[in-house]
Design a binder for this molecule. Structure first.
Ligand SMILES: Cc1ncc(C[n+]2csc(CCOP(=O)(O)OP(=O)(O)O)c2C)c(N)n1
Ligand SMILES: [Mg+2]
Length: 950
């Protein structure tokens, strides 16, 4: 292997990279640091970094002769003993220097060139000319799809430039890497960049999976015959898309946890070959600004996920402009990923740069590549070759001479690595062969590649949706599309005949790789639901013992984990809250999943409930990451499609940090047709006493209203919770409904009553009513001719409602019925559905909303109270017969005890009673004159400020 007097090579060899790092790059690092320091007005010297004066001297090289001797010595070692020995010596030098007080920050970046040098590239296995023709046709159809959609319907949107930059990255994958679901090898899981969807459709069109009528209806899903969804949405195209990716940052984090979940399936013996599925996540360089994108990369390295490959399409642009105009996104990402422990492969330059780099014996070209910032590289894309000759190469005569024999046009066409199939193939292959850590491929591309003046590299290119005739013609010529001049203006789609070499080649490649990608499959395995009789204890009440719904749930989960029908498939997920929810006994019983097992003696090893990590552990203890935990939920909840195995995630978390913190991931879970249970632990604004404003949740059930497949419940009693969970298991894993559950759990202890009609099993009227959202719980008479009210209580506030019933009867001689509302969402959806049906079927027998059926014929006003914002209860107002008033917990929470909180938020029994009296007075069933006295009698303070606003 050559030293630095040899042509510069950067082969795929970690040791070589190491050597390079400690020579060229170290000098580079200190030089740039010194420049930065010089620019800084303050003369700061962060600890561990050389003082500026020393850096200046370093940068100036005060003794080139000595430097030369050192470099020569290094070259000699490399030549005579190899890179490994050189790396050893450098490590020793570093250690000695450190001991002697020399402090420098070693850089995590390598020079701005390809990680894999030309000598280390494997032969390209495909027919390059053929693949170029196929890719060109896909480019054309993808572009035409967007252009035509916007001609038909201005403003319908769509993106040309993202796919244009990524076409090679995808096509190399499709022809040589992505495994489909019909092969012998387990299928890959590919997360396509959302905005590249037109290209993926255009390929499916060539494959014959999507007809022209679909392409015509891109973004027109409601058109007759159906259309294509804007982005990857499994909900909308359930046979096609697998992973929703368009919300930036979700794909990368979901992909990481997907790759980890594949290991989990193997380690638990559920799917022994799941790690052979490779997880590919394609993302934009702008997308890496999202915290979710980089937020979990250390986990991927820690878990040694070598089944995971990120491909970052570094076109240096996002929507508005450059990603890092004044910096270098590839270098920045390289540092971040390498620092996190990833294998980093940079694909910066295409093959036509190789001869130039080979001639760059003194490293000036590499130095120039290192110093030019991204904004300037973008400028070279749009400028003529003469500009690049002058401004990039022209700064040094040695550089100028490198390109002296190239024309300006040749300079302009010097390719970026991500557009060169040979470079991309080499990177993918190396990534697939790499072991022990995940790989990120940082591929430099040009945004809007091939659009020319219509948008290549321009700041406006992301939004470009229209091409005029001239621009279409130029695009056609550049990619040799067989469309005649007289047709060009229409931007027709083009698919070669079925028996053409192009279609046959493409189909043959997909056959060899196990079928088409993407493709979603339906569940392959129904689960037998748990037997109702086995769970009788949850319906029998707590016999005087005071317990919370959280405790009851944990007990239920423990039993389910041992259930012969479903136990094995359960996936309990916790973000560092097991002890909060009283689940610590699970550690020992079911084990915390750790691929490496337990490498230490836990401090509590002597105890029965010690912190047990195990390779086959069932619990996913994710640490403090709701986003990561939700990504695990998504991986488990969609395993029916990605692995053909029904897994049942139970993700238990602080309810306030769910919908409002990671709502977008929950939304994606719905899109993916996920199944499972979200458990909002210690829920309610007034029930989680003491925790205060940020923790106390009065919001999540309101948020849940908007999530179409979420079944949201707010049970008060253990039996309600158990009925809901068992019914959910049946619906999702036996009846195969694509829904998932959100259930609130509280930490308030009280005696749990017996389930009425328990002996009749799951189909009893009460059980059914619990699932439908409401049932009559308690009736209280107040004597003949006395006024009556209907009281709705739910979750934590149900027991306040029951107390209000007593107050009303005992103090004010008012009779009442109390209903437990287990789900406002279920009542709301049902009411809305009935109302809609009635609107559309005016002549038919009207449907009656369930809430109206239950309250039918019951006299008096209806008063509802819950531990959530009053808008939740108000959602069913149109379907409630008669007068209806709602009390809720609007406003910021407080650190306090429960009774004070409930008084503060005006949802305690006294406030409920007053609301009932007020409504009765409005109906002239209670004397208005007595209301003032009632306020006093109930001990309420009329001067108290409104909790919603303070
Ligand atoms: C969470 C989120 N925020 C904003 C957007 C809007 N958006 C769509 S594409 C885009 C720019 C993407 O740039 P990049 O990731 O570099 O992808 P490229 O198209 O350049 O490949 C933005 C801001 C989004 N889709 N998701
Ligand atoms: Mg970009």
């Amino acid at each position: 292997m050559g030293g630095f007097d040899q042509p510069f090579r950067a082969p795929y060899d970690a040791l070589h990279v190491y050597c390079v790092r400690f020579t060229v790059e170290l000098a580079e690092h200190t030089r740039t640091t010194s420049i930065m320091n010089r620019k800084s007005t303050e003369n700061r010297t962060p600890s561990g970094v050389l003082p500026e004066g020393v850096l200046r001297r370093l940068a100036r090289d005060i003794d080139p002769e000595e430097t030369g001797e050192w470099l020569e010595a290094l070259d000699y070692v490399i030549r005579s003993a190899g890179c490994e020995r050189a790396a050893f010596l450098l490590e020793k030098l570093k250690q000695r220097a450190f001991r002697c007080g020399v402090r420098f920050v070693a850089s995590a970046t390598t020079p701005y060139v390809n990680t894999i040098g030309p000598d280390d590239e494997p032969d390209y296995p495909g027919d390059r000319a053929m693949e170029r023709r196929i890719k060109s046709l896909i480019r054309w159809n993808a572009m035409a799809m967007v252009v035509r959609a916007n001609r038909e319907s201005a403003g319908i949107g769509g993106h040309i430039s993202t796919y244009a930059s990524a076409a090679t990255l995808y096509e190399v994958g499709f022809h040589h890497f992505f495994h489909g679901k019909q092969g012998r090898k387990p299928p890959d899981q590919v997360y396509f960049q959302g905005h590249a969807a037109p290209g993926i459709y255009a390929r499916a069109f060539l494959e014959g999976r999507i007809g022209e009528e679909h392409l015509v209806n891109f973004r027109r899903e409601l058109a007759p015959g159906g259309g294509l969804s804007s982005y990857p949405h499994p909900w909308l195209m359930p046979e096609f898309w697998e992973f929703p990716t368009v919300s930036m940052g979700l794909a990368p984090i979901m992909a990481i946890y997907q790759a980890r979940f594949n290991h989990y399936l193997v380690d638990r013996g559920i799917k022994p070959d799941a790690v052979a599925s490779r997880v590919w996540a394609f993302l934009g360089d702008g997308e890496t600004d999202e915290p979710e994108t980089l937020g979990a990369i250390t986990l991927a390295a820690r878990e040694q996920l070598d089944n995971l490959i990120f491909v970052v399409n570094c076109n240096l642009q996002r929507l508005d402009g450059p990603v890092r105009g004044n910096g270098k996104i590839i270098q920045e990402l390289e540092g971040a990923f390498r620092g996190a422990g990833w294998n980093v492969i940079k694909v910066v330059w295409g093959s036509d740069w190789d001869p130039l780099l080979a001639k760059d014996t003194d490293g000036v070209l590499v130095e120039r590549m290192n110093e030019v910032v991204d904004g300037q590289f973008q400028k070279y894309t749009v400028a003529p070759g003469s500009y690049t000759r002058k401004h990039f190469f022209g700064v040094d005569p040695r550089l100028e001479s490198l390109v002296a024999d190239l024309t300006d046009e040749q300079i302009r066409r010097l390719k970026r690595g991500g557009h060169d199939p040979v470079k991309v193939y080499a990177a993918y292959r190396a990534a697939c062969e790499h072991q022990g850590s995940p790989t990120v491929i940082l591929a430099q591309t040009i945004k809007g590649y091939g659009l020319g003046e219509a948008g290549e590299g321009r700041n406006v290119t992301h939004q470009q949706k229209k091409l005029n005739e001239d621009e279409l013609r130029r695009f056609r010529d550049r990619f040799d599309i067989p469309i005649s001049d007289h047709q060009i203006a229409e931007a027709p789609f083009y698919r070669p005949p079925e028996d053409s070499p192009e279609v046959q080649y493409l189909l043959e490649r997909r056959r060899a790789l196990g079928g088409f990608v993407p493709g979603r499959r339906s569940p392959m395995m129904k689960l037998k639901p748990p037997q109702w009789e086995d769970y009788a204890e949850f319906f029998a009440g707590s016999e005087g013992r005071e317990v919370s719904t959280t405790m009851a749930f944990v007990r239920l989960l423990a039993k389910l984990l041992r259930d012969r029908n479903v136990g094995r498939y359960l996936v309990p997920i916790v973000p560092d809250e097991s002890r909060t929810f009283g689940m610590e006994a699970f550690f020992r019983q079911f084990g915390i999943y750790a691929h490496t097992g337990q490498l230490y003696e836990p401090v509590d090893a002597e105890t029965v409930l010690y912190y047990k990590e195990a390779k086959d552990g069932q619990i996913l203890e994710e640490g403090i990451t709701e986003a990561g935990s939700m990504s695990s939920f998504v991986a488990a909840g969609s395993a029916h499609s990605s692995h053909g195995v029904n897994m049942i995630p139970f993700f238990i978390y602080y309810s306030m940090f769910g919908f409002q913190r990671i709502g977008d991931l929950i939304w994606a879970a719905g899109d993916m047709r996920c199944r499972g249970f979200l458990l909002g632990g210690t829920a309610g604004r007034t029930t989680l006493a003491g925790e205060g404003l940020q923790h106390q949740d009065g919001n999540s059930l309101l948020n849940a209203l908007a999530f179409p497949t979420v079944q949201a419940y707010d049970p008060c009693y253990a039996y309600e919770m158990a009925v809901i969970v068992l019914d959910g298991l049946r619906r999702m894993f036996y009846d195969e409904e694509d829904v998932f559950y959100y259930i609130t759990l509280m930490n308030e202890n009280y005696d749990m009553p017996i389930l009425p009609m328990a002996s009749e099993g799951p189909t009893s009227k009460v059980s059914e009513a619990i699932c439908r959202g409401m049932y009559l719980l308690a009736q209280r008479d107040a004597g003949a001719g006395k006024p009556q009210v209907q009281l709705l209580g739910s979750g934590a506030i149900l027991r306040e409602t029951l107390r209000a019933q007593e107050i009303l009867a005992d103090e004010f001689q008012v009779a009442s019925n109390v209903y437990s509302v287990t789900s406002y969402k279920a009542l709301y959806q049902d009411g809305q559905d009935c109302e809609r049906w009635n609107r559309l079927h005016p002549g038919d027998q009207p449907r009656v909303p369930y809430v109206a059926q239950v309250l039918d014929g019951q006299p008096g006003p209806v008063v509802a109270a819950s531990d959530y914002v009053s808008a939740l209860g108000s959602s069913i107002a149109p379907y409630v017969p008669g007068r209806y008033v709602v009390l809720g917990t609007d406003g910021f929470g407080r650190s306090e005890a429960r009774p004070e909180l409930r008084r503060f938020f005006e949802v305690d029994a006294e406030n409920i009673a007053l609301a009932a009296l007020g409504e009765l007075a409005a109906q002239k069933q209670f004397p208005k004159s007595k209301l003032k006295g009632a306020v006093e009698k109930l001990g309420l303070d009329p001067a108290k400020p409104n909790p919603a606003t303070v």
